[in-house]
Design a binder for this molecule. Structure first.
Ligand SMILES: *Cc1c(COP(=O)(O)O)cnc(C)c1O
Length: 399
């Protein structure tokens, strides 16, 4: 039991669900935590630190530039803001009043989700495109690229694209449809790491900007993220997040990060100022990104080992039937599917899930399919020493 949480009277949980924000994400590697502690003992110029981060993100993603954000949701907001304002400080100062600006964000209807609230928060309008009747069971199609091309007008600022392995239309088709008309595609790839290749994939497929979560499987600080992409858009995003309470002549950003010559003056605090990110998060994220990019399989190997040990441990409980459950994505995260065998007392999986959550310690799992008699476990946010505890939690819940 941790001293700090004990002092606060908050009991740590065992997070066998994954890197969900609600469950506080994951557990950082000691190197990342140490980097944050060290960063906290000095002051730096934040523009210079973000400019350096831009180079590291560019190297890891193949993008022209990058920005450390307070999360992927912040990255989407800042990225869409950049598409709306460009480098015009007058427009930056006016948001969320987007009147007179290109402020329509096209979203394939099957990509709609509540993170696209970022567009509405900017005063922009979400314009849904197409009708994915493949999900209704009445048809075979999703939104098609030609429909996106047809929906573009002089008011279109960007296309928002939610990256998922099953997403349609494919990103290169959307880029071809939008790019031909000069419209940038902003990719929300918050949870698409691993696989590591995805760090470069969306940029190489033509995304103008891509947002990743730093607090998911990269293993960075919970409140961190990455926005990577075109140099000018990253500069526009940075200008709308950074603290700009200074005179224009004092503002001397590294020109490869923000070209001062392109600006008539400085905007005031921008629409992204509430998405503030600290030096500790920036340094922690960069450390985590370096470890993630350098990993040649040790991380996945550890997850497989945890998963295999947990499978054996839980299968020693007579009431349970546990098997590995590849999650159908390209992530390679070895999930486990835990089923409850029929019991004489009629105890069902939903009741077991409630008992696990109410237990001491509280065990949190993916219970979205508990109605089908199934609980899903992920090793990503677990510490090695928690495996015996998890088995004990199940034993207690089934007793
Ligand atoms: C998790 C997630 C986000 C939010 O990421 P944060 O880093 O928590 O801000 C945004 N979009 C999608 C698709 C996500 O899965």
């Amino acid at each position: 039991m941790s001293g700090i949480y004990e002092r606060l009277g908050v009991a740590p949980i065992i997070n066998a669900y994954g890197t969900n924000t609600r469950l506080s994400g994951g557990i950082m590697a000691p190197e990342v935590a140490q980097a944050m502690v060290e960063a906290s003992q000095y002051c730096v110029d934040m523009v210079e630190l973000q400019a350096r981060a831009s180079q590291e993100i560019a190297a890891a993603t193949g993008a022209e530039a990058g920005l450390v954000t307070s999360g992927a949701a912040a990255g989407v907001l800042l990225g869409l803001a950049a598409c709306i304002t460009g480098l015009d400080p007058e427009k930056m100062n006016r948001l969320p009043d987007a009147s007179g600006m290109r402020s329509e964000i096209l979203v394939p209807r099957s990509h709609r989700n509540f993170y696209d609230r970022a567009a509405r928060a900017l005063g922009a309008h979400v314009v849904e495109v197409g009708l994915p009747d493949r999900f209704a069971g009445t048809g075979v199609r999703d939104t098609e690229a030609w429909e996106i091309a047809a929906a573009i007008t002089e008011r279109t600022a960007a296309v928002y694209y939610l990256a998922k392995p099953f997403a349609l239309p494919k990103l290169p088709e959307v880029v071809a449809a939008a790019g031909g008309k000069g419209v940038p595609v902003v990719v929300d790839a918050a949870a698409e790491l691993p696989p590591k290749e995805n760090l470069r994939r969306f940029i190489s497929e033509g995304a103008a900007l891509v947002a990743f979560s730093g607090g998911k499987a990269i293993g960075g600080p919970q409140a961190s993220g990455i926005l990577a992409g075109k140099r000018e858009l990253i500069a526009a995003a940075a200008l709308q997040m950074l603290d700009l309470d200074l005179f224009f002549e004092q503002f001397n950003p590294p020109p490869t990060f923000i070209s001062k010559q392109s600006l008539p003056g400085l905007p005031q605090h921008g629409i992204g100022r509430p998405c503030k990110v600290g030096k500790e998060e920036i340094v922690g994220l960069l450390t985590a990104l370096r470890l993630f990019a350098a990993d040649t399989g040790a991380r996945a190997e550890r997850w497989r080992r945890l998963s295999a040990e947990l499978l054996a441990g839980l299968n020693s409980i007579p009431d349970l039937a546990v098997e590995s459950a590849p999650d159908g994505r390209e992530s390679g995260i070895p999930l486990l599917a835990v089923r409850l065998k029929p019991r004489r007392d009629g105890l069902d999986m939903r009741a077991v899930a409630r008992r696990l959550e109410a237990g001491k310690p509280s065990l949190r799992c993916n219970v979205s399919r508990a109605g089908e008699g199934l609980i899903i476990l992920s090793p990503v946010s677990l510490r090695d020493d928690q495996l015996p505890e998890i088995v004990a939690c199940f034993r207690a819940a089934l007793a």
